[in-house]
Ligand binder design. Structure first.
Ligand code: GDP
Ligand code: IMO
Ligand code: MG
Length: 438
């Protein structure tokens, strides 16, 4: 059975977690394939309100296998906390599998993440400080510690003997920080390895066997395509290898690209961005505040799930939406947080940019500052009514339907799902992508 990838079409936090939570019912395996604890996926369902950073959003269904693929960097302290939190709240995590090939976020990674950011000064990226970027850097430079090392005491000791002196020199001699102690790190990380060992498996083979057997596989993206290392607003991007774009799913989980049939692009009905970097449609002042803290407060306001930072807000950017849809091969769209726009008399969508008098319809490679391009807006009439209880497209106000259709046109792929509130059931399904009765 072909696999489905769910990706973020903007700068992350589009609502991927809630879309995965919804579709997981129709799948056997739900897998994360990239990133680390920099991701924060919110799920609101009959079990409550959850923020997940590493565990796939399919964990709430008792009969599903949830997988952390080799493309993820596993932060053991955060993962163990997440498993404990889920356990305390009655969620069974025994069906979670972690790839033995995944790289591990070690204690020097968050330290170096923060020191690197301080060193960058006014050019800081605004990272999550979780050590995710430095862990991917070490993976690529072949200094990484992998899960198989973590759970094998002699391999862990050998890795630490090689890597820790090098990392301590960076921390102490480049940055003047305190060195990490070999014995403490070895003891603590051996203990983490022991606790995680029951979940560790050759995930590639398990997923490949399931695929061969005809099982449905749902691949849960993290971040958004505009944060992608190769295609995003570099250098204000994340460091995940494989990438945050859909093609990365194939690498990060160990299935060939022909296994992927469907790419669901999750887009918010407006833009948000947390961290630094250009955002052409960014708003300041009252409209930004209204997007960030909607009076109806259906969900949380726009504050980072991982860091609690305030998210920058702006109007829907059709130029970037089209750009990410094409990059990912999006053939189905989930449009989220439509309810948040109900408070405006009119809403804007960016349909093009202007640069030195010319029209620009894609993301320029050298865009460092958003004032280098001016968004060209189309203004659409608002609908000024609460849509959070609407469950069918025909019951949306006509102006809300017109907005959805315009966004669909700009993205260039069909909107199959619209969400109107944070809870699992607050969705309008216009086309059931798995073709089963709902
Ligand atoms: P992710 O990283 O893509 O999974 O998204 P996050 O969980 O970081 O951020 C999305 C936020 O929007 C969370 O607080 C969700 O609970 C919330 N949310 C998702 N869909 C909707 C929606 O349709 N309406 C409202 N009001 N909130 C939503
Ligand atoms: P989810 O999966 C939003 C952003 C950070 C920063 C940049 C680099 O929840 O959508 P990093 O710590 O990755 O080196 O930071 O990337 N970032 C995200 N923003 N949602 C995310 O994940 C993000 N993951 C990283 O804010 O700007
Ligand atoms: Mg998030």
């Amino acid at each position: 059975m072909p696999a489905t990838v769910i990706i973020g079409g903007q700068w992350g936090d589009e609502g991927k977690g809630r879309v995965v939570d919804y579709h997981a019912r129709n799948c056997s395996i739900i897998a994360r394939y990239s990133a680390g604890t920099n991701a924060g996926h919110t799920i609101v369902n009959d079990r409550g309100h959850f923020a997940l950073h590493l565990v796939p959003a399919g964990i709430f269904y008792g009969d599903k296998t949830c997988v952390i693929g080799k493309g993820v960097v596993v932060e053991p302290v955060g993962l163990l906390k997440e498993l404990a939190m889920l356990g305390e709240r009655g969620v069974d995590t025994s069906r979670l599998l972690i790839s033995d090939r995944a790289n591990v976020v070690m204690p020097w990674h968050p330290v170096i993440d923060r020191l690197d950011e301080a060193f960058r000064g006014e050019h800081a990226i605004g990272t999550t400080g979780t050590g995710t970027g430095p862990a991917f850097t070490d993976k690529v430079s072949r200094n990484g510690v992998r899960v198989i090392d973590l759970i094998t005491p002699e391999l862990l000791a050998a890795k630490l003997e090689m890597v820790l002196p090098y990392k301590n020199r960076v921390i102490t001699e480049l940055y003047g920080g305190p060195a990490l102690d070999f014995d403490t790190v070895l003891r603590e990380y051996r203990a983490f390895g022991e606790q995680l060992a029951p979940h560790v498996a050759d995930v590639d083979t398990i997923v490949q066997d399931a695929h061969d057997a005809g099982d449905r596989i749902l691949l849960e993206g993290a971040q958004g395509a505009l944060l992608d290392l190769d295609s995003g607003t570099y250098p204000y991007v994340t460091s995940s290898v494989p990438a945050s774009v859909a093609a990365g799913a194939s690498i990060g989980i160990g299935l060939g690209p022909t296994a992927i049939e469907r790419v669901v692009g999750v887009y918010k009905a407006y833009q948000t961005r947390v961290g630094n970097g250009p955002m052409p449609t960014e708003l300041f002042g009252e409209d930004a505040d209204r997007l960030r803290d909607p009076a109806a407060a259906q969900g949380q306001g726009e504050y980072g799930t991982t860091t609690g930072r305030s998210r920058r807000c702006g109007w829907f950017d059709g130029v970037l939406a089209r750009y990410t849809a094409r990059l990912n091969g999006v053939n189905s769209v989930a449009l989220t947080r439509l309810d948040v726009l109900s408070q405006f008399d009119s809403v804007k969508v960016c349909i093009s940019y202007e640069r030195n008098g010319d029209r620009v319809n894609t993301l320029p490679a050298a865009l460092q500052h958003q004032y280098e391009v001016q968004p060209v807006y189309e203004e659409l009439p608002g609908w000024r009514s609460d849509v959070s209880g609407v469950r069918s497209f025909g019951d949306l106000p006509a102006n809300a339907r017109a907005f959805v259709r315009r966004v669909e046109q700009l993205i260039g792929a069909p909107v199959d799902m619209i969400s109107v509130g944070p809870a699992r059931e607050q969705v309008i399904v216009t086309h059931d992508i798995f073709g089963t009765e709902l």
